[in-house]
Design a protein around this ligand. Sequence first.
Ligand code: PLP
Length: 395
Amino acid sequence: MKEKNIIYLDNAATTYMRKQTMLAMEPYFTTQYGNPSSAHEFGMEADRVMNYGRQTLADILNAESEEIYFTSGGTESDNWALYGCAYANKQKGRHIITSVLEHPAVLSTCKWLEQLGFEITYLGVNTDGVISLEELEHAIRRDTILISVMTANNEIGTIQPIEEIGRIAKKHGILFHTDAVQAFCHIPIDVKRAHIDLLSVSSHKFGGPKGMGFLYIRKGVEIIPFMHGGHQEKGMRAGTGNVPGVVGMTKAAEYAALHMKECMKRETMLRSYLFRRIINEIPFVKLNGSWEHRLPGNLNLCFAYVDGGTLLEMLDMKGICVSTGSACAAGEAGPSGVLKAIGLSDELAYSAIRMTLSSENTREDMDRTADVLKETVWELRCKSAAFMQKIGRKI
Ligand code: PLP
């Protein structure tokens, strides 16, 4: 199921795939390899499983099956939602509202749209990482065509008030897109209740294969196609359908949706236990993001007087996988933009690590992580002149 002796606490980066999911995909590579666009029975079988997937995924969101468009993952879904709506609606206006907390898949697309003549308002967040609904209302203009705010953040796990945002967007007749890559199949989402027009999903965040995802597009939303070519995905996203990918994503989603409640409970319990141990046993630790409005498996903490990157490496050597920020931001210079947005100094932001649990983790994993963190953080702090001065000792 997982590497022996490894404690994997990086589930926001990617998740492991259950054997059953892989087994479900296998025939679609080997014996049932038909092209879903073919007119013969062999191909039509592939088309049927694609449509079964569409229906299953739609049901989880309270959407309709024809509103699900398969993509290569979260990045593509975000790109398509933003630029597709921007271009289809540019006669109505050129103003888009998003938040400073968004994933690079949204922020970089916004930067690119700015170069193409669109105007973007980036909403700030409070110290918990939550946007202000008043600020959102204030930012709305006559030429606003789209609001894009993520359901849950990938670094600090903060859950945004998407039902309220959807209500505001609907009241003003503006499209509402949400990046639900970290949230889908982890917390309940109802697109009708939240008045969501577009929603991005990535399969490898909930036990499905990488390079697979979908974009929910509510019926009637004006959006231009993402890929030009064949008639696949109703002519909106051309290219031969990724049948094994759809089967894997569907199988993973079925399992995750069925077990969502118990997983949420278990992850919350494990995460709270780990947090309590850390906060009680290691001084100068700070929680990043809201405790209340938070993904169940997310723990993002600053360990003052420690460099997060070095801590990550040392934990890695001891068999514990964590991250310093999002995998997509790895390699970027400077402190995390998300941590800066919630008001952290550069120094504190550099001391953060993200631990993202799954229900596969155990209480023993949490105990070992807390023990290793305690000894490693102490070891690193002993090399920090600032820390030794703080506790009144010589280095
Ligand atoms: N959006 C969010 C919030 C993410 O966390 C990620 C990946 O980490 C993406 C988008 C991109 O998804 P993908 O890896 O499927 O391209």
